[in-house]
Design a protein around this ligand. Structure first.
Ligand SMILES: Cc1cc2nc3c(=O)[nH]c(=O)nc-3n(C[C@H](O)[C@H](O)[C@H](O)COP(=O)(O)OP(=O)(O)OC[C@H]3O[C@@H](n4cnc5c(N)ncnc54)[C@H](O)[C@@H]3O)c2cc1C
Length: 406
């Protein structure tokens, strides 16, 4: 490494981290290191299709080492967990070693927030923000379908409920995809699979809180067509191994429960106290930097991000990527001794996958689309993202196997 090379460490290989590395790789004079506690990038946005059995494992997870090797310039991947960010000494602490940085980008994402005021929630439900959990739900769902087809009169007979707590984007997409799969099974292999009922539960007055009336109303119509029971204004008080107890006295028995009702940032130690909100998101300055730390940026779900009107933006892959591009651009401008412009966050639009070849979407608040056309647009967006990753992984894999062969 040349003397004048600057070391940039990106912590977290999620949507934000990968986009940051891509943009940093185009800047001269940088040595880039990506660190993740997992060896793979998990495409959470595709989790709904994986859980419902529509996509395979290789459609939701990408090897990070091969991906890093796929760049023309050297990008180092370290598979390890960051245990401390030492701001004073500009070092990142890993399980066995420490790495020095000139710039660091924190992109550690978020995990499911099992609200402590709901008794038993943590112990009796699982989120989908971990690949392991998505895998467990996929196998549980497949097993349930199989038992209905194979042995409808004996084990698991009668109506069985799948409860999804949280009707935001992820909860809605998972519910819709599972319901669509159940519908297809009912038609093709076993009428008794229709006894599997999906319940989508939210404490808000509506599903998809914060989204436009168009997206909410079209989504409700589709979910009802799929036979999903939508429960809004439904406050969960307690959960045990087989039932949800609501504040109004209702009880829902379930076969398994998925919880997607909220996020919080995983614990991450810094050498001094920094400002955070009540879900541990970093409160950053207008340049997405930790206040008083000009060389440390934080991006994506682990940050509270506001739009130009001061509204907090929902944590999305889109925002993670935008903030990543911005942080890389700031590093470039700093190196060129140019003045930084504040981050201007906005959302172009949203597409909600609603089972099979159906989606609802809205772009720039004026283009509204539903059904197959929306599905094609959503597919185009996700496929473009996936194919970009895949091409780089293939290049990296070839380089790696060539090295082994020699
Ligand atoms: C089911 C589902 C559907 C969704 N659908 C959409 C959608 O349609 N559109 C959309 O825009 N968004 C969607 N989202 C949200 C989107 O996935 C997140 O906003 C996005 O993943 C945030 O990206 P990120 O880079 O901030 O964090 P992540 O993608 O969560 O990545 C964080 C990374 O940091 C790593 N990490 C964490 N701590 C450490 C540590 N201490 N040391 C090393 N590594 C660490 C993790 O292993 C992980 O790889 C969906 C989410 C879910 C769960």
């Amino acid at each position: 490494m040349g003397e004048d090379m600057k070391k940039v460490i990106v912590i977290g290989g999620g949507y934000g981290g990968l986009r940051a590395v891509e943009h940093l790789s185009g800047i001269e004079g940088l040595h880039i290191t990506l660190i993740d506690k997992h060896p793979y990038h998990y495409l959470q946005t595709e989790a709904y299709g994986y859980i419902a059995g529509r996509f395979d494992l290789h459609g939701v997870a990408i090897d990070l080492k091969n991906w890093c090797l796929g760049f023309k310039k050297w990008v180092e991947f370290v598979h390890d967990e960051v245990t401390l960010l030492d701001l004073e000494n500009k070092t990142v602490h890993l399980s066995q070693t420490k790495l020095h940085y000139d710039y660091a980008i924190i992109a550690i994402g978020a995990e499911t927030n099992f609200f402590s005021f709901i008794e038993g929630l943590r112990e009796n439900s699982f989120g989908v923000k971990k690949l392991r959990n998505a895998f467990n739900f996929r196998t549980a769902f497949e097993r349930l379908l199989y038992s209905k087809v194979e042995d409808p009169l004996d084990k698991n007979k009668g109506v069985l409920n799948i409860a999804i707590g949280g009707a935001g984007l992820s909860g809605v997409e998972i519910a819709a995809e599972m319901a669509d799969v159940i519908k297809k099974h009912t038609q093709s292999i076993g009428a008794s699979t229709q006894e599997i009922k999906i319940h989508l539960i939210d404490a808000s007055a509506t599903i998809l809180p914060g989204m436009s009336d168009y997206v909410v109303s079209r989504t409700c119509e589709r979910l009802e067509d799929l036979g999903i029971e939508i429960m809004t204004d439904a406050f969960i008080e307690k959960v045990d191994a087989s039932s949800i107890y609501f504040k109004d006295g209702r009880v829902l028995d379930f076969y398994f429960m998925i919880f997607t009702g909220g996020i919080k940032v995983p614990s991450f130690e810094l050498s001094r106290e920094v400002k955070k909100n009540n879900i541990n998101q970093f409160l950053v300055d207008q340049y997405m930097r930790i206040p008083d730390e000009p060389s440390v940026f934080a991006i994506g779900d682990c940050v509270e991000i506001h739009d130009a009107q001061g509204q907090i933006l929902a944590p999305t892959a889109q925002t993670a990527e935008r903030s990543a591009e911005y942080a890389a651009q700031c590093i470039k401008q700093e190196l060129e001794r140019k003045e930084l412009k504040p981050f201007n966050a906005s959302i172009d639009g949203v597409f909600v996958a609603l089972g099979g070849k159906y989606a609802v979407g809205e772009m720039f608040k004026i283009i509204k689309v539903k059904g197959y056309a929306a599905y094609l647009l959503k597919k185009l967006i996700t496929y473009t993202y996936y194919i970009g990753l895949k091409l780089r992984v293939n290049t990296g894999f070839k380089k790696r196997t060539k090295t082994f062969d020699e």
